[in-house]
Design a protein around this ligand. Structure first.
Ligand code: SF4
Length: 245
C-alpha cells in the first residue's frame, strides 16, 4: 500500500503539469454541458468512411500537442453548449453519419452520453480520439478511429496501449506519418501487435512533410497488404488551411 504524509494526504494524479494546464478550460463545465469548437457538415476525409457526407462535432480542448496538429485553434476556442442542443444541431443537417472529433473528445464526460443519444437517434457515430484515453468506456455502437501517435508527433509516450484490448474488430487505428522514422516505427508496431489482422489499419502522411508517393512506396515495400493508405481528402478538395470543412 502507498503511504502519504499528513501534509499531502491525497494520491497525486499522474498527469504532467502542462497537460493539466491544457484542460483547465473544462474545469467549470456543468453536468450536461459540452465545450464545443464547431459543428459543421462536410466530407469525411480520413477512415474507411472517407468520401461520405458527414456532420462533424468538434469538441474544444486537447491535452496533447502533436507537433503537426492541424486543429490548434480547437485548443482554447469554443463555447458551452447544452448536450441536448448539440444533438439537435447535429441532427438538423439530416445526415445520418456523425463524427465526434476534437480536440480530444474523451476529455469531456458528456461526450459519452452524447454519442449514445446520437446512436439512439439512428445515426452512425464515429469517434476520433488521440489514443491517450481509455476507449473501453465508449458505447459499443460507436465506430472508434484511434490514433497511435508516432515518435515525430512528440506524443507517442502517451499512447495507451491497453486500448488495443478494448477496441472492436470493426474499429480503426490511424498512424499519421511525418518521416521515414515514423514509418519504421509504424511498421514495427503493426507487426509486433498483429494490428493488421485485428483491426483496420490506416496510414496517412503529414500534409507537406511526407509526399504521398513516398508513403505509397514504403507501404508497398513493407508487404503489408491489409494496411490501407489514405490521403486527407478534405485538404485536396478545399484549401489545406481552411477551417470548418
Ligand atoms: S491529439 Fe489531435 S487535436 Fe490533440 S494535438 Fe494531437 S492532432 Fe491536435
Amino acid at each position: 500500500m502507498r503511504e502519504f504524509s499528513r501534509l499531502n494526504p491525497l494520491p497525486l494524479v499522474e498527469v504532467p503539469p502542462e497537460a493539466r494546464h491544457r484542460v483547465v478550460l473544462l474545469n467549470d463545465l456543468a453536468p450536461g454541458e459540452l465545450f464545443i469548437h464547431e459543428i459543421y457538415h462536410s466530407i469525411q476525409g480520413e477512415s474507411t468512411f472517407a468520401g461520405r457526407p458527414c456532420v462533424f462535432v468538434r469538441t474544444a480542448v486537447c491535452d496533447s500537442r502533436c507537433r503537426w496538429c492541424d486543429t490548434p485553434h480547437a485548443f482554447n476556442q469554443g463555447r458551452r453548449w447544452p448536450r441536448s442542443a448539440v444533438v439537435e444541431k447535429a441532427l438538423s443537417f439530416g445526415c445520418p453519419l456523425v463524427e465526434i472529433t476534437g480536440g480530444e473528445p474523451l476529455l469531456q464526460p458528456d461526450v459519452r452520453p452524447l454519442m449514445s443519444e446520437l446512436c439512439d437517434a439512428g445515426c452512425t457515430v464515429l469517434l476520433e480520439t488521440s489514443g491517450a484515453h481509455d476507449v473501453s468506456v465508449v458505447d459499443t455502437r460507436v465506430h472508434i478511429i484511434m490514433d497511435l501517435k508516432c515518435p515525430d508527433s512528440g506524443e507517442s509516450h502517451r499512447n495507451r496501449w491497453a486500448n488495443l484490448e478494448a477496441l472492436k474488430p470493426t474499429d480503426e487505428i490511424k498512424f499519421v506519418i511525418a518521416s521515414r522514422n515514423d514509418w519504421d516505427w509504424t511498421e514495427k508496431t503493426i507487426r509486433h501487435h498483429h494490428l493488421d489482422t485485428r483491426f483496420t489499419c490506416l496510414v496517412s502522411c503529414v500534409f507537406g512533410a511526407v509526399q504521398p508517393v513516398e508513403l505509397a512506396n514504403w507501404l508497398l515495400a513493407a508487404r503489408l497488404p491489409r494496411v490501407r493508405m489514405q490521403l486527407q481528402m478534405h485538404k485536396y478538395i478545399w484549401d489545406p488551411t481552411a477551417r470548418g470543412v
